[in-house]
Ligand binder design. Structure first.
Ligand code: NAP
Length: 252
């Protein structure tokens, strides 16, 4: 039996980076994957790739900041695949890097809307369907920036700290329904989000590598394996936990 056999999973921000790698791995391990993102072309191409290689996936356009769209897509996924077992709240943005006293309300809200309100909307509308399935898993992408301060992007830190505690509290609320809620805390991972940061300063790659005791930043597959574990029944006694996958970044 495959590790996520017959599970129906929604992945937000699934077209690129960690989300993309997670969709590929979940499908390879037998899940029916609802790939959702604001990027239609990349999302459609990914589902074609999965379906061609024998997996099952369908793409939905989904902006996690739009509650009406979240509600609609959750309903459509269940109509398409018959049920919902898991949600991976992966969509996230980095935001501009400014000190707190220079940040505008608009810049603050943009990050909070995707990284925090998006997790709230998706969890809110996925939960009733997962409850009907009798058990399930919600995996929330936090960050090392949700555990320790790095002295930069204040609103991103605030958003990922919020996701960490939302996960623990939802773990308590939904334990009675056998729905597990956990957070994942990646170190720096080579994805378009980090690539964009590095383009501005090529020396940055070396600096980022050196922050991780293992000597380099991670790959999206390193996080995808953690997400697969938390979605699968292998983690059936794991809830409210913080899965840190960071090459040792937070050891110090
Ligand atoms: P990524 O490469 O930028 O991919 C994220 C995807 O989400 C993109 O396709 C992005 O589209 C999409 N997205 C952005 N806003 C959205 C919205 N409102 N609704 C739906 N989708 C939206 O990011 P990643 O590096 O894979 O990161 C995935 C998650 O891991 C994020 O929550 C991030 O904070 C977290 N994380 C990443 C790292 C890292 O080093 N990469 C470290 C710690 C935590 P656009 O490209 O159009 O924005």
């Amino acid at each position: 039996m495959k590790r996520a056999e017959n599970k129906v999973v929604i992945v937000t921000g699934g077209a690129l980076g960690i989300g993309r790698e997670s969709c590929l791995l979940l499908a390879k391990e037998g899940a029916k994957v609802a790939v959702t993102d604001v990027l239609n072309k990349e999302g459609m191409e990914l589902t074609q790739e999965i379906n061609k290689s024998g997996g099952v996936a369908k793409f939905w356009h989904l902006d996690v900041t739009d509650e009406k769209e979240v509600e609609k897509v959750c309903g459509e996924v269940v109509r398409e695949f018959g049920k919902l077992d898991a949600l991976v709240n992966n969509a996230g943005i980095g935001g501009v890097d400014k000190p707190t006293h220079e940040l505008t309300e608009k810049e603050w809200d943009a990050v909070m809307n995707v990284n925090v309100k998006g997790v709230f909307f998706c969890t809110k509308h996925a939960i009733p369907y997962i409850q009907k399935s009798g058990s399930g898993s919600i995996v929330n992408l936090s960050s090392i920036y949700g555990l320790v301060g790095a002295g930069d992007i204040p609103h991103y830190h605030a958003s990922k700290g919020a996701v960490r505690l939302m996960s623990k509290n939802d773990a308590l609320i939904y334990a009675k329904d056998n729905i597990r809620v956990n957070s994942v805390h990646p170190g720096f991972i080579w994805t378009p989000l980090v690539e964009a940061l590095i383009k501005k300063d090529p020396e940055q790659r070396k600096k980022l590598d050196s922050l991780h005791p293992l000597g380099h930043i991670g790959e999206a597959i390193d996080i995808a394996y953690g997400i697969l574990y938390l979605v699968s029944d292998e983690s059936k006694f794991v809830t409210g936990s913080e899965l840190v996958i960071d090459g040792g970044y937070t050891c110090k």
